[in-house]
Ligand binder design. Structure first.
Ligand SMILES: [Zn+2]
Length: 291
């Protein structure tokens, strides 16, 4: 019998037993975002959830419900989207960085208050916010007993030649969720595009590569979870669950004032053109200054 590890599908006695056996929680993040017409929109969250479920099934732990809202649509992200997605309806589930990071503070609080010793956040959606997540991890850690680790694709594994929606990412979804990749949807070779942010090498996708790489992701996540548990047992941190009010204070006093320094809060990266005024991506491109 396959062991259920998906929190939302478990009964309380199953959660109690899984927690007793291994007090690790995986928090999978993604969003709905164009990755080429051959990939279902939920690519990043579906992958993150699949890797976390496999890590928990094979090595212990519980997988929290996946969170399909993530950073996009402004600054660097909009400048990237203009040439690659163009005017097609993007079907994005985007939130700004300040809302995403604020939300994470409460997700971590809730997991820590439940008594987990290790909280492993994994976002299948990568980008400048990946660097910010590491910063957020460092800012939050001193406030919680649970040991924290926030990862994205790039920080979990170095994948040479990785292109968004290309020959590496497509097989990752294909192997994880076979119904969510349909290669009959590749655009005609002479279609000038843009192709819904498909990677230039997507047609070389090989599902077996996805299986190999997923095994590596699962080992990397499980090894990190083990490291966090060992750190917890070594440090024996004092546990005092934070209130909502205390969590809000951490956000307001320690994290929000640093949002202006975050990599995801830049208008463009060097050499990147802003989306022109007629682009749908211009509308929300300019990153506001938080005061
Ligand atoms: Zn992706």
């Amino acid at each position: 019998m396959r062991r259920e590890v998906r929190w939302e599908r478990m009964f309380a006695d199953e959660l109690d037993a899984a927690f007793q056996e291994c007090p690790v929680v995986y928090l999978p993040y993604g969003l709905c975002e164009p990755h080429g017409p051959q990939n279902a929109l939920g690519m990043d969250g579906l992958r993150a959830h699949a890797y976390a479920c496999r890590a928990a099934r094979e090595h212990g732990g519980i997988v929290a419900p996946p969170f399909f809202w993530n950073v996009h649509e402004l600054g660097i992200y909009a400048a990237w989207a203009h040439p690659l997605i163009g005017e097609a309806t993007p079907w994005l589930t985007a939130v700004p960085p300040w809302l995403f990071f604020h939300e994470i503070c409460y997700h971590v609080r809730s997991m820590d208050a439940l008594g987990f010793k290790a909280i492993l956040l994994f976002s299948g959606h990568d980008g400048p916010h990946g660097r910010d997540l590491k910063r957020l991890e460092n800012l939050l850690q001193p406030h919680f007993a649970a040991r924290l680790c926030f990862l994205t694709d790039a920080s979990a594994l170095r994948l040479e030649g990785f292109h968004h929606g290309g020959k590496i990412e497509t097989p990752l979804l294909w192997a994880a969720e076979p119904d969510c990749v349909d290669t009959s949807r590749f655009p005609a070779p002479d279609d000038p595009g843009p192709h819904f942010a498909m990677g230039p090498d997507a047609r070389e996708a090989d599902r077996r590569l996805g299986e190999e790489l997923i095994a590596r992701f699962v080992s990397a996540l499980a090894a990190k979870a083990k490291e966090l548990l060992e750190a917890y047992d070594r440090l024996r941190p004092q546990r005092r669950p934070l209130t909502f009010e205390e969590t809000e204070r951490i956000w307001q006093e320690e994290i929000r004032p640093r949002m202006g320094e975050m990599a995801s809060m830049c208008d463009t990266r060097p050499g990147q053109a802003p989306p022109p005024p007629e682009s749908r991506w211009h509308h929300n491109w300019k990153v506001p200054k938080l005061d």
